[in-house]
Design a protein around this ligand. Structure first.
Ligand SMILES: [Zn+2]
Length: 519
């Protein structure tokens, strides 16, 4: 036979072959599809496999399918004679798309469409009706599946089971129970850092910048490095997805870090329209104590309170020290900030009516409060006790960081081992002529890129570990003295010690200031 056809196979992992409720995302069905299609190709000497296109589509209605789009483009450019699929529904469940391509464009482009399990073949003209019926059935089916899944999800959420496909940053899905979350050692430290930085006075974008500057991988990059494939929503390269203020805000507000599951916050418009809409808070489904907390209640609620307080962040990304804390002693209204060209001031926000009209210089108030805080520290703190506490705290933190980095090392080493296995199988495939030289070369160069990346990661992590180890060694009284007497105030110390500061009028040349301690 002289004839030879360039065949493309299109594979898609979709809703019905994944046990979505139990979230087993094994690639079994992709393997099956590939196996089935390759058998046809291998049994047909005139069929030459040109390329495989494979989408992993978590929704089934498939609004974003990069490989599908590539396939269509290659068809249009005359690179393909036959598109081979397991079923028409793999190609698309959307009647419109079936009509547009299989029944129209493919004819125009001289592309034949064959699907195995439902016997569709565009070469067979009597086949068109059955293709259309297939299309209709598929569309109804999708609607049905979508409704069933929605109600099953709701009942699972009500039982406190975790049903989202991905664990929130800081957690992993328990490998032995798909409906449970366990702490992700590495990411949980980043979550802790985020909460602490916020309490120190950093704003959302300042925290994002801090993390980006330190090259801490963003949640999606972190997931990707763990080998979790995302429902692709962005065309951006994974490495380019950075931390942003939205991500920080979402983390700071998420009650999941308290060990509580709050689910069903969002839904989609319908099975075909994937626009995400927010549900009313009263419809959220929440369940306490489903997993280990990462943030203690005290810290979490302090942060929530701070978020309310920080209504007007300064342009420098930090809020002023006494925001939400400073009030007028005479009328009780909050003190508003006022800037002159040389200094910053606080003044009663009610000062049109209030008799406490004069402002106070910000830096003066700061030094007064600082000296009051230090007096308080003098009175309350026992040096030995403090030393002990601080030492413990630092040791704990560093140890924790080192541990998590060491587990990261194990991960990277595992990946290196895996890629070596992969290399082995690549060579086997090459020797057995399973893959062409061209494909082989591409895969090899990908492999080398990956390996280099892993070695670089390995190096970075080792460096970090050494830094922490040095830090533990360099413990000395300097650290202690930092706690014995504060050199300056920050949001943490202000929050820690002060409930409210009341600023009154000047009397005998002294400003009347009262501090309500938070003790
Ligand atoms: Zn006042």
């Amino acid at each position: 036979m002289r004839e030879s056809f360039r065949v493309a196979i299109y594979l898609r992992l979709s809703i019905e072959d994944k046990d979505k409720l139990n979230r087993t995302y094994d690639s079994e069905s992709i393997k099956n599809q590939r196996h089935m299609l390759m058998e046809v190709i291998n049994n047909n000497p005139s069929y030459n496999l040109v390329c495989e296109y494979c989408d992993e589509d978590l929704s089934g209605a498939g609004t974003f399918r990069p490989e599908f789009e590539r396939l269509i483009k290659d068809c249009e450019n005359g690179k393909i004679d036959i598109v081979l699929c397991k079923s028409q529904s793999r190609f698309s469940r959307d009647m419109e798309i079936v009509e547009r391509y299989i029944n129209n464009k493919f004819k125009e482009w001289n592309v034949r469409f064959i699907s195995l399990s439902d016997n569709a073949d565009t070469e067979n003209p009597g086949n068109k009706k059955s293709r259309q019926i297939n299309g209709l059935v598929n569309e109804w089916y999708l609607e049905d599946v979508s409704n069933n899944i929605r109600s099953a999800f709701n009942s699972k959420m009500k039982q406190g089971e975790f049903i989202s496909p991905f664990a929130p940053f800081g957690y992993l899905v328990d490998s032995s129970d798909n409906n449970k979350l366990v702490v992700d050692k590495v990411a949980s430290l980043v979550v802790k850092d985020i909460f602490n930085l916020y309490l120190k006075g950093y704003g959302y974008s300042a925290i994002a910048k801090y993390l980006n500057d330190k090259n801490i991988p963003s949640p999606s990059l972190h997931k990707y490095r763990q080998g979790i494939k995302l429902n692709v929503v962005s065309n951006k390269k994974r490495d380019e997805i950075k931390w942003n203020s939205n991500a920080i805000k979402t983390i700071l507000k998420n009650e999941v870090y308290l060990g509580k599951l709050v689910q069903g916050k969002r839904t989609t418009v319908s099975y075909k329209n994937h626009k995400i809409i927010n549900k009313d808070k009263s419809l959220w489904i929440s369940y306490p104590n489903t997993h280990e907390a990462i943030i203690d209640k005290d810290t979490f609620y302090k942060v929530q309170k701070e978020m309310k307080n920080r209504t007007k962040p300064r342009s420098s990304n930090t809020v002023h020290l006494f925001s939400g804390k400073a009030f007028c002693l005479d009328c009780g209204h909050y003190l508003r900030k006022k800037n002159s060209s040389r200094h910053e001031y606080l003044v009663c926000s009610n000062n049109v009516i209030c008799s406490n009209k004069s402002s106070i210089r910000y830096d003066k108030l700061e030094s007064i409060v600082l000296s009051e805080v230090n007096k308080l520290l003098d009175k309350f703190y026992d040096e030995e006790l403090l030393k002990d506490k601080v030492n413990k705290k630092y040791n704990e933190v560093y140890k924790e960081k080192i541990e998590s980095l060491e587990s990261e090392l194990v991960n990277i080493n595992r990946k290196i081992d895996e890629s070596k296995d992969y290399l082995q199988s690549l060579y086997e495939d090459k020797v057995n002529d399973v893959i062409s030289t061209q494909v082989f070369n591409t895969l090899i160069s990908n492999y080398e890129d990956n390996l280099n990346k892993y070695y670089k990661q390995l190096n970075d992590v080792n460096k970090k570990i050494n830094i922490y180890k040095d830090n533990i060694k360099s413990f000395d009284d300097k650290i202690i003295s930092k706690y014995k007497k504060l050199d300056c105030l920050n949001r943490v110390s202000v929050n820690e010690f002060i409930d409210k500061i009341y600023v009154g009028k000047v009397k005998d040349n002294i400003r009347n200031i009262k501090i309500k301690w938070n003790l």
